[in-house]
Write a protein that binds this ligand. Structure first.
Ligand SMILES: [Zn+2]
Length: 79
């Protein structure tokens, strides 16, 4: 008998990674408008449960946000 569906690690999640759905996009630190979707109001990088990104894109987004901060295109903290 299958376990009751209180399991949160269900495997049949629809793909809702922003970059996989819009597969034209590549993660780019100069694309601040898009990266801004993946930071909180305090400019913190959103965790996967909030960003909805897949693992590889979550890693890329985190790296690109850090690059954008270095290039002072994005802030480290909210003012
Ligand atoms: Zn993805």
């Amino acid at each position: 008998m299958p376990a009751p569906s209180s399991n949160k690690n269900t495997k049949k999640l629809p793909k809702d990674c922003y970059y996989c759905v819009n597969n034209k996009l590549i993660v780019d630190y100069k694309d601040v408008g898009t990266l801004r979707r993946f930071v909180s109001s305090y400019m913190k990088i959103a965790p996967r449960r909030r960003s909805g990104l897949c693992a590889s894109h979550q890693r890329q987004v985190a790296t690109e946000i850090k690059k954008a901060r270095q290039a002072s295109l994005m802030g480290y903290v909210a003012r």
